[in-house]
Design a protein around this ligand. Sequence first.
Ligand SMILES: [Fe+2]
Length: 344
Amino acid sequence: MVSFQPALHPQRVPLSGGLTGAAGQEGPAGSYATRGSRATSSSGGAARERQVGVGVLLEPFTKQRWETLSPGRIRRLFYRATVLATGAGLRRGRLGLMLVIAHVSDTHFGDDLGAAGGRAAAVMDHLLAMEPRPDVLVVTGDVADHGLPHEYDEARAWLDRWAGPREVCLGNHDVRAAFAAGLGVDPNAVLEVGGVRFVMLDSLVDAVDGRRVDEGSLGHDQLAWLEEQLAADGRPTYVCLHHPPLTINLELMDPFRLLDGEALAAVLTRHPHVVATLVGHAHTMGVTSFAGRPLLIGGGVVSAVTADSERLPQLWYGAPPSFALHLVDDDGRVTTHWRALPQS
Ligand SMILES: [Fe+2]
């Protein structure tokens, strides 16, 4: 398993260790320092440090009143006091934020219109210009359009612009061997960033007689592997794959969903620390529920797929490239902001 702990950012103040510990330390690739430190705050030691900090900042509270404060109230007071003391955080709307996931899907490098590279570049430009940048990049498949080596060369150059932690899923347009050779990515990786885990699944069904298979499947062995991974670690976990594991009322894509979605749901149901499932494939910005938790569709870089009821092309290549930012609060709550970028 690969593990990343975001380093402290010079403009951020860590929750643990008081108000002076982060000064002068440079985080990699503009990562969120306060989120990194908050990611470790569930330990007893860090929690005690947090309370010490609050106590110092909130001297006017009597001991009796202090003891009646709920944990949530303490947390809000602490954030407020931190902002007042440092001026950091609130102006960016980042207070309480632990981790930001950049979720990009369906780049389709090498597409027949020749537009994929520019659209993917626009998304990466946007992510790299964020300050602070997201903590982790998750790409949920269909990296290449035809699964050709030169398409993965282009994709690798695009991915390598991202210096932070990243993981990539296989999609139905990908070709397993070329994907592995071109990107050097293990399709069944587990990534840990700041105390949050990402389990990557491979839902690609290999081509039959040279014909691409657009439906997805995980299979018994991979589901057993997933079960092992989830049982081995109880930290908050996002399960990532290409195919939506259920219908999403999108006529063009629903027939090509994950075929063993019910078996996946059965695994996730046994592991309540799975926060959400991240998918691609549908080329739309959407959310539904799956196994009692959010299922978040990461948009589509190369195009959008629209519903039959809309007066738009079903495969809309004029749509702006879109992606998702999943914002994880330090109480575990996840908020998704989808973004559609202007086209140059
Ligand atoms: Fe796909």
